[in-house]
Design a protein around this ligand. Structure first.
Ligand code: PLP
Length: 295
């Protein structure tokens, strides 16, 4: 079997040799940021927006990254793993690098990032399409929600609670118990002829896919309203959906014990999914393999 190749700080290495420092500050204290993006037939959608978010989040933590090097690394890790097929998820992880043990907590400025890039299949070969999501409301919220941080414990705990209750996705709530977003996706609801989604200022991640969804909504006959939904508004919505770079548009057909709409993928969600897929097909850009990173 062909071994998966991993990109570590500018080098492609077989997965079993892919290591970072035992003093890595990402390991010690979760000082890191990440991005997850889908690459289909060598093309990625809004890679620039993903890299901008990565660089901004890293900057907030004092971590310096080189977006051009990350971009080149993504092309290289996809090319090196062509045995995975032509629909892969690339994960970009940037941490604050090794800790200087002579400096007391919280240490010095972070400096240059340790960069790890992996590729994996989006779906296992022959797997059925991803089924509609079933949500479970969790009264937890992410710390520093605008940063896509590797400090992932909250999302993990929330997601495990959702799975334990037979749901696919935890839906995180604000302090008033209003639904904001899923643990790894943004949330939107169709109420009358409006698409409602919480504003970034409410404490959600500004999703790249959410932004694209808002762009295609008008063409689907929906006005976009950015405001936090009341819990009952979500439960009583005509339709609801989740978005992320990996899922695209995924219908949300149930929350807890309540069906959303008639509990199946609705026509508006189907239209939004088609419109988003068309935008992705029309505008996804080819990854460019540079000579110094072709493995
Ligand atoms: C908490 C959270 N919200 C939203 C998203 C969706 O963001 P994007 O559309 O940029 O993938 C993610 C993706 O991982 C996420 O972790």
């Amino acid at each position: 079997m062909t071994e998966t190749q991993v990109w570590v700080d500018g080098r492609l290495v077989p997965a079993h040799l892919a290591t970072v420092s035992a003093l890595d500050r990402g390991l010690r204290s979760g000082e890191g940021v990440y991005e997850t993006l889908r690459v289909r037939q060598g093309h990625s959608f809004r890679l620039g927006a993903h890299l901008d978010r990565l660089e901004t989040g890293a900057g907030t933590l004092g971590i310096r990254i080189d977006p051009a090097a990350v971009r080149a690394g993504i092309a290289a890790v996809v090319a090196a793993n062509d045995h995975l097929g032509d629909d892969v998820v690339v994960r970009v992880t940037c941490t604050a690098g090794p800790l200087d043990l002579t400096v007391p907590f919280p240490g010095t400025g972070a400096g240059v990032a340790t960069v790890v890039l992996t590729a994996q299949r989006t779906r296992a070969p022959g797997a059925p399409p991803r089924p509609p999501a079933r949500g479970y409301l969790v009264d937890l919220r992410r710390e520093l929600p605008m940063i896509k941080s590797t400090a992932y414990l909250l999302s993990l705990v929330a997601q495990r609670a959702a799975r334990a209750h037979g749901a696919s996705d935890a839906i995180l709530c604000d302090p008033a118990g209003r639904p904001l977003e899923a643990a790894t996706a943004n949330l939107a609801a169709v109420v009358h002829d409006r698409l409602l989604t919480a504003p970034v200022s409410a404490g959600i991640l500004g999703g790249v896919t959410r932004a694209a969804l808002c762009e295609v909504a008008a063409g689907c006959g929906l006005a976009v309203e950015e405001r936090t939904l009341e819990r009952e508004e979500l439960l009583g919505a005509r339709e609801a959906l989740l978005t992320s770079a990996v899922r695209g548009v995924q219908p949300l057909v149930r929350v807890g014990t309540r069906a959303i709409g008639d509990g199946a993928t609705g026509p508006v969600t189907a239209r939004l999914r088609t419109a988003l897929d068309a935008l992705i097909d029309a505008t996804a850009e080819p990854l460019v393999l540079s000579r110094s990173t072709d493995g």
